[in-house]
Ligand binder design. Structure first.
Ligand code: CA
Ligand code: CA
Length: 317
């Protein structure tokens, strides 16, 4: 639990209140005001169905994949606004699950049989243990908790395993403590839901899971009125990221690049040609995940070259 946070405008949402899809008709389980702090308790991406390494992802009910806790109605949020979500803290369970199965993940054609591995999490490390070629191995990875699913009500029914303009299963490791996520409000109240925490994940999430954990997330919500954004935006200490999800990864790469050039042209008062040349030196195109049915990439624009206001003005046009 998070200590010291019991102020007015604090809302707790238990993991029993969850959705398996985003859509226009999802029902709010609570109401928050701009400025409020919301504490989400989340199940892992398997709805906590896996308890031992003997349980395989091929044996569980995958219709219960990626439950997202919520949704929360934000007072005053209307279509065309942006919901600002500051990630204040993330806590996770002390065990995490990594799993493979034939046909799952980027190299799913090479996987011969399903396997589940449970990793211990302690003292800021995730422990990957098992039998190597001839000996027992234990490799530790830095604990870097992040949020896989964060989104709002969408125009169409979209399962929580699919990312999109509404956010959803973006599986972006930068969605972590200290980051601000800007989501386009598509329905009245926004309807924010969060789930699918990972104790650590690499860009790509190649085998189809991160280190899957249940946990808790503390966020502060706010509204930026009348500022539609076509895709979720992330803000970290030093950069903004436009997060684009498309079925075809090339379409995602093209659209994110195009938008980044537009942002630079507007922010720096450059012609499109100049902004395009400048982007080639200043913008990083990065992969978030390549294993969901819809792929997610992000364009990184350093803060030296734009502001949240300029960026949103440019994307609005
Ligand atoms: Ca995920
Ligand atoms: Ca996951």
């Amino acid at each position: 639990m998070f200590s010291g946070v019991r102020s007015l405008g604090y809302i707790f949402i238990g993991s029993d209140k969850h959705i398996f899809y985003f859509g226009p008709d999802i029902e709010p389980v609570a109401t928050a005001r701009p400025g409020d702090i919301i504490h989400f308790e989340t199940m892992d991406c398997f709805a906590n169905q896996i308890r031992s390494e003997a349980q395989l992802i091929t044996q569980i009910d995958l219709s219960k994949a990626n439950p997202a806790t919520g949704p929360v109605f934000i007072e005053g949020a209307d279509r065309g606004d942006v919901l600002k979500v500051e990630i204040l803290d993330i806590k996770t369970s002390d065990k995490g699950i990594v799993a493979i199965a034939p046909g799952f993940g980027f190299l799913g054609d090479k996987v011969k049989e399903p396997r589940t591995k449970i990793c211990d999490i302690r003292e800021n490390y995730v422990y990957f243990t098992g039998k190597g070629f001839a000996h027992f191995v234990e490799i530790k990875l830095p604990y870097r908790p992040m949020i896989g699913v964060i989104g709002v009500a969408s125009d169409e029914k979209i399962p929580c395993v699919i990312p999109g303009r509404h956010g959803g299963n973006m599986d972006t490791k930068l969605i972590t403590k200290g980051t601000t996520v800007y989501l386009p409000v598509l329905k009245r109240g926004g309807l924010l839901a969060i789930g699918d925490l990972h104790a650590v994940m690499g860009d790509g999430e190649v085998c189809v899971t991160g280190c899957e954990v249940s946990g808790e997330v503390l966020v502060r919500v706010d509204l930026i009125e009348d500022n539609p954004t076509p895709w979720p935006i992330l803000e970290t200490d030093d950069a903004y990221y436009i997060v684009v999800s498309r079925e075809n990864i090339n379409d995602a790469l093209y659209e994110a690049t195009d938008l980044a050039v537009k942002v630079l042209a507007h922010s720096l008062a450059l012609s499109w040609d100049e902004a395009y040349m400048f982007a080639s030196m200043a913008v990083d195109i990065q992969i978030s995940q390549i294993v969901n049915a819809v792929k997610t990439i992000r364009a990184r624009i350093p803060k030296e070259y734009t502001t949240a206001t300029k960026l949103m003005e440019a994307l609005k046009q």
